[in-house]
Design a protein around this ligand. Structure first.
Ligand code: DMJ
Length: 475
C-alpha cells in the first residue's frame, strides 16, 4: 500500500505528455482551461486515427492468441474462459462488435458476427453469472444487431435471454438468483448485490421492444421494485439482498462503488431509453439521498463515503476506481457541478499514478488496491462530460487517459491489466478483459472521431459501453 499525502492535494509526481493540462486538473475551472490551452492536443482526426490503430492492435492480439475463446492473455499468448471453465462464448468478439462497427471496420464486423452466429451456443451446459451474461452477451448481441441489422444476432440474443430468465422468474421475491445453468435452467446464488439486481432493465426493456414480448421488461421492473420497496426511511439502500427471503444481507450504502454502481446508472438510463418515468423518479429519489448522506468534500476534492442505510452512520471511506463513472452519470442526471468536482478528483489522482489504481481510502490517502484491471470508467465519465458540455477539459481527460494506457499497458500482444500501478515501470499482468473491446477505446474514439455511425444527439450506451440507441446504419 502506498500512502498519498493525507489531507492535502496530491502533488504531481510525473510530468506526462499533457503537462500543462495535467496540472490544470488541480486548479479551478478557469485556470484549468487556460493551462490546457497552452498545450494543444493533436488534431481530432490524428487522435481518432491513433485510437483506432490501438484498438485494432488489441483486436489482432485477441485474434492471434484467443480467437473463439472469451478473453486473450496477451503476454503469454493464451486465453481465458470468462464464464465457465472449458466453455467459451467468444466473449471478446461479442464485446467488440459495435466498436468495430463504429470504427468502420466492416470486414472485422463480419468476421466476428459470422463466428458468433455459427458458434455461440445459448444452450451451453454452463452455469453462467447472470449479471455478466446480460451486460456483456445480451447487450453485445443487441448492439451488434442494432448496428448490422443481422437478425440472427437478435435470435441468439433472445434465446440466450430466455435461458437466463429463470434467474428472475424462479425467484419468489423478484430479486434474481446470481447464476443459472443455460441448459437446465437450474438456478443458484442467493445474495446478489444491487448492480446485479438492477443492471438489466436496458437490455431487457429493449429486447421487449424489439420482440414485442414483455416478459423481459416485466422481470427487470419486478426486480427494481423489490429493491425500492426495501429502501430505508432515509431513502438509502444497502448493498445486497437475499433472493428468497428479501432480507438485506448487507445494509451498507456504498454507492457509487461496486457492487451497487450500475444499479443507479440503469435507473437514469432506463428512464431515457424506455421513456419510463418511474425509473427516472426512482433515480432522483435515491440519488438525492446518496448526495445528502455520502458526498464528502475534502481538500478541494469530492468523494463518496459509505454509510449505514438506516441511520446514515459513517462506515468507511473506500473509493473504487469503478465509481469514477459516476461523474458522468451525475452530469447526465442534471447535477453538473457535482459531476465536474468528482471527475476532477479522479483527474488529480492521475497526477500521482500513471493509470488509476483500483481503490483508495480517500480519508487516509492509502491506496488499498494497487491493481488496475484495465478499467474504462474514467474514460466513460470524460466522454459523458465532454458530450454534455463540449468543454476542452474533458477532451484533455480522454486524451491523457489514452496516452497513459498506450504508454503503460500496451504489450506486443495487445493491452493488459496491471498487477501494480505504484511500481516504476508499472508491473503488468496478462489479460485483456472482454470489456476492453466494448468500452475503453470506444469512449475515447467517440470524443475525437465525429463518428458518422454514431448519433451524438440520441446515442445511449449501456454500462458495458454497448450502443443501445444511436447506431447509424450503413447505407
Ligand atoms: C464493466 O464490465 C462494466 O462497466 C461494469 O458496469 C462494471 N465494470 C466493468 C469494467 O470495469
Amino acid at each position: 500500500m502506498r500512502p498519498l499525502p493525507a489531507r492535502s492535494l496530491p502533488l504531481p509526481r510525473r510530468r506526462a505528455v499533457l503537462g500543462a493540462a495535467a496540472v490544470a486538473s488541480l486548479l479551478p475551472a478557469s485556470s484549468a482551461r487556460a493551462a490546457a490551452a497552452e498545450t494543444p492536443l493533436p488534431s481530432d482526426a490524428v487522435v481518432a486515427g491513433a485510437v483506432r490503430e490501438e484498438f485494432l492492435h488489441a483486436w489482432e492480439g485477441y485474434k492471434q492468441a484467443a480467437w473463439g475463446y472469451d478473453e486473450a492473455r496477451p503476454v503469454s499468448c493464451g486465453h481465458n474462459d470468462f464464464f465457465a471453465a472449458g466453455q467459451s462464448f467468444g466473449l471478446s468478439a461479442v464485446e467488440a462488435l459495435d466498436t468495430l462497427y463504429l470504427m468502420e471496420q466492416d470486414a472485422e464486423v463480419a468476421l466476428a458476427a459470422d463466428w458468433i452466429e455459427a458458434h455461440l451456443d445459448p444452450a451451453a451446459d454452463a452455469e453462467v453469472h447472470v449479471f455478466e451474461a446480460i451486460i456483456r452477451l445480451v447487450g453485445g448481441l443487441l448492439a451488434g444487431y442494432l448496428c448490422t441489422g443481422r437478425s440472427r444476432l437478435l435470435d441468439r440474443c433472445r434465446e440466450l435471454t430466455d435461458r437466463l430468465l429463470p434467474a428472475f422468474t424462479a425467484s419468489p421475491t423478484g430479486i434474481p438468483y446470481t447464476r443459472v445453468n443455460l441448459r437446465t435452467g437450474a438456478v443458484a446464488g442467493t445474495a446478489p448485490p444491487l448492480a446485479e439486481i438492477g443492471s438489466n432493465v436496458l437490455e431487457f426493456g429493449l429486447l421487449s421492444e424489439l420482440t414485442g414480448d414483455n416478459r423481459y421488461y416485466a422481470a427487470a421492473k419486478r426486480a427494481y421494485r423489490a429493491v425500492l420497496d426495501r429502501r430505508s426511511a432515509l431513502d438509502l439502500l444497502g448493498t445486497s439482498l437475499h433472493t428468497e427471503t428479501g432480507q438485506w444481507l448487507d445494509t451498507t450504502s456504498c454507492a457509487p462503488n461496486p457492487p451497487v454502481d450500475s444499479f443507479y446508472e440503469y435507473l437514469w438510463a432506463g428512464g431515457e431509453l424506455l421513456g419510463d418515468g418511474e425509473l427516472t423518479g426512482w433515480y432522483r429519489l435515491l440519488t438525492d439521498a446518496v448526495l445528502r448522506h455520502q458526498l464528502v468534500r475534502q481538500d478541494g476534492l469530492s468523494w463518496f463515503q459509505q454509510v449505514g442505510a438506516t441511520d446514515g452512520a459513517v462506515l468507511g471511506h473506500r473509493q473504487s476506481e469503478l465509481a469514477s463513472f459516476y461523474a458522468g452519470l451525475l452530469g447526465k442526471g442534471g447535477d453538473l457541478a457535482t459531476a465536474r468536482a468528482y471527475h476532477r478528483s479522479w483527474s488529480s489522482l492521475l497526477e500521482q499514478y500513471p493509470v488509476l489504481p483500483e481503490e483508495l481510502d480517500f480519508r487516509s490517502g492509502a491506496i488499498t488496491s494497487v491493481r488496475d484491471d484495465l478499467r474504462p470508467e474514467y474514460a466513460n465519465s470524460a466522454f459523458d462530460l465532454w458530450r454534455l458540455t463540449g468543454e476542452a477539459e474533458y477532451k484533455e481527460s480522454a486524451y491523457r487517459y489514452f496516452q497513459n494506457l498506450r504508454t503503460h499497458l500496451r504489450v506486443p500482444g495487445g493491452y493488459t491489466v496491471a498487477e501494480d500501478v505504484t511500481t516504476s515501470p508499472v508491473t503488468l499482468g496478462d489479460l485483456t478483459p472482454g470489456y476492453f473491446f466494448a468500452e475503453n477505446l470506444k469512449y475515447v474514439y467517440l470524443v475525437f472521431a465525429a463518428a458518422p455511425r454514431f448519433d451524438y444527439r440520441t446515442g445511449l450506451l449501456s454500462t458495458e459501453g454497448k450502443v443501445l440507441r444511436g447506431a447509424v446504419r450503413r447505407r
